[in-house]
Design a protein around this ligand. Structure first.
Ligand SMILES: Nc1ncnc2c1ncn2[C@@H]1O[C@H](COP(=O)(O)OP(=O)(O)O)[C@@H](O)[C@H]1O
Ligand code: SF4
Ligand SMILES: [Mg+2]
Length: 336
């Protein structure tokens, strides 16, 4: 049986919205439930995709599982060890094994350091090495991520978007990562470069046995790389299961909308018809008008078609994630 590398139990992260005196008196209205009661596990050598619109809490989950942000509630278990309450010193042996590939590499890579120095520094953090050994390891690393050796003397701003991603991945591997959170790792890249980065991640997984939490707002991309997928809406997982099933046979109305809008987009592209600008959708939690029960109700076609059944917005009847079958869960009172 394959070992579980990461288990997340009932994770929550609530932010306080900074506000004026009046809003500070009304404590409830100032809480943003960015992540609410989220549970999942990832096995060794497995990729879990986390998909949902901007503001639904994906980055918060990624940062919280890596202990870059403190959870409000819940447990984080890495390789069998509950790491939730470990001090930074106790967590240090786990830190190198759990790494983030940042969305914004321009901010994450020091523009004043050459690539070689960035990677050498990462390799030395946990394992100080002699120079000869360091150079040999550096060559191996650069080869693993298919980065040209000539790029080692460059500074980050001199690299292309795709090359910067490779450096980001190499840096995570340099410290000895086994589990990677890849947060929108291909955003702002051309489609062909996106595919190269995804292929590289897959290839590294096959050779090094890595596990990934792959975060993206693009279900098509998530489906390409993930074994299983969790779909998030306003801080909650609304559907979770094997990647192909989630995309092609969704049971949650929100997943259905995500996927059918992609299918429409693709057929417009095939027919050479330009896509309309992306609609601005209310992805962030509206704490002025909190929704009770199912948070998707205001946008849910099933809820409207069924004449707005009370159970959908009952504060005591938030739909829990229920098994559709052994490998598929959905949180909806009227699944498709
Ligand atoms: N440090 C913070 N302080 C207050 N609110 C935050 C903070 N970080 C994120 N949020 C809020 O939490 C919600 C989820 O954000 P985020 O995890 O970045 O979503 P995503 O990555 O899916 O776009 C958003 O409403 C965002 O505004
Ligand atoms: S619980 Fe009701 S509102 Fe929520 S997704 Fe299902 S049908 Fe729609
Ligand atoms: Mg994000």
């Amino acid at each position: 049986m394959t070992a579980t590398i990461l288990e997340v139990q009932n994770l929550a992260k609530h932010y306080r919205q900074p506000g004026n005196l009046w809003s500070s008196l009304s404590a409830r209205s100032r809480i943003i439930p960015a992540v609410d009661d989220v549970s999942f596990y990832i096995k060794a050598n497995e990729t879990m995709g986390l998909v949902g619109e901007t503001g639904c809490g994906k980055t918060t989950i990624g940062r919280t599982v890596l202990k870059l942000t403190r959870p409000s509630a819940g447990r984080i278990i890495f390789d069998g060890q509950d790491v939730t309450d470990l001090s930074p010193r106790q967590f240090r042996p786990y830190r190198r094994q759990m790494q983030m590939i940042f969305q914004d590499l321009d901010a994450a890579l020091n523009p004043k350091m050459r690539i070689k120095a960035i990677l050498k520094e990462a390799m030395q953090v946990h394992h100080p090495m002699k120079n000869g050994r360091l150079d040999a390891r550096l060559e191996e690393l650069v080869a693993k991520v298919n980065l040209k050796k000539s790029k080692l003397t460059n500074y980050p701003p001199e690299l292309s978007g795709g090359e910067k991603r490779r450096v980001g991945i190499a840096r995570a591997l340099a410290v000895g990562a086994r589990f990677l959170v890849a947060d929108e790792p291909t955003s702002a890249l051309d489609v062909s470069i996106q595919a190269q980065v995804v292929n590289l991640l897959k290839q590294l997984q096959a050779t090094l046995g890595l596990s990934y939490l792959f975060i993206s707002h693009d279900l098509r991309l998530v489906e390409l790389i993930s074994h299983k997928v969790a779909v998030m809406y306003l801080g909650r997982i609304v559907e979770m299961g094997l990647a192909g099933r989630i995309a092609r046979k969704p049971h949650h109305p929100y997943t259905h909308i995500l996927w059918s809008s992609l299918v429409e987009k693709k057929s417009r592209e095939t027919a050479g018809i330009p896509n309309p600008p992306e609609a601005s959708t209310p992805g962030v939690f509206d704490f002025q008008r909190p929704v009770h029960g199912c948070r998707f109700a205001p946008r849910c076609p099933v809820y409207h078609d069924k004449g707005q059944p009370a159970i959908c917005t009952d504060p005591d009847a938030t739909p829990p994630l229920r098994d559709v079958d052994a490998s598929h869960k959905v949180a909806c009172h009227f699944p498709l």
